[in-house]
Design a protein around this ligand. Structure first.
Ligand SMILES: [Fe+2]
Ligand SMILES: [Fe+2]
Length: 190
């Protein structure tokens, strides 16, 4: 039980660290854009795609299960958890909008620079705040309250070997490829 729990919490925490890294990369790109330089649109699009797609298919489904089990074990935390669940909806929506805009920018469809920069800045602040609430409040509480059976349910919420409905390869393969593409763009960009 301890292992299942520790592995899941470690994966969860590592996802957050990687998201935080992607947000930093995104902030640098937006900074370049704001100063009138050309950002790396491919890098931006890959980052937002990862945040969006990995969030929807892997990260949030696990959190949704863990959070609802936590509320069962500790009803006092319901308000905090409800807020985080609402934030998942906002994050999914704003990620999709951002992805559309930056894809547009790459293809020279005009979105006013100020709108993009403002939207990205709100997204960055909102997402960082969300990560910090989970790390500080909810994850430690989950570690204390969830049972072995609960952790098994959290683990079963996602099957990384299952096929990505759009890409036709396994989720884990698809996301490993995206991480590699982000890494390669990052190197090119130095
Ligand atoms: Fe979350
Ligand atoms: Fe999270």
């Amino acid at each position: 039980m301890a292992n299942e729990m520790n592995n899941t919490i470690t994966d969860w925490h590592n996802d957050h660290l990687y998201f935080a890294h992607l947000l930093d990369l995104l902030q640098n790109q937006i900074g370049a854009f704001f100063e009138g330089r050309h950002p790396n649109y491919r890098l931006i699009a890959k980052i937002v795609e990862y945040m969006c797609d990995y969030g929807d298919r892997i990260h949030h489904p696990r959190e949704d299960v863990a959070f609802s089990l936590l509320v069962k074990r500790d009803p006092d935390i319901q308000l905090v958890v409800n807020r985080l669940l609402q934030e998942h909806l906002v994050i999914a929506e704003t990620s999709a909008q951002l992805l559309d805009h930056f894809k547009g920018a790459e293809w020279d469809v005009i979105t006013p620079r100020d709108v993009l920069v403002a939207q990205a800045a709100v997204y960055l602040a909102y997402y960082r705040n969300h990560l910090s609430s989970e790390e500080k409040l909810v994850m430690p509480r989950t570690g204390e309250m969830l049972t072995a059976e609960d952790w098994a349910k959290v683990g079963a919420a996602v099957v990384p070997e299952s096929v990505h409905p759009v890409c036709g390869i396994s989720l884990q393969e698809h996301f490993a490829t995206l991480r590699k593409q982000i890494h390669d763009e990052e190197q090119l960009d130095r």
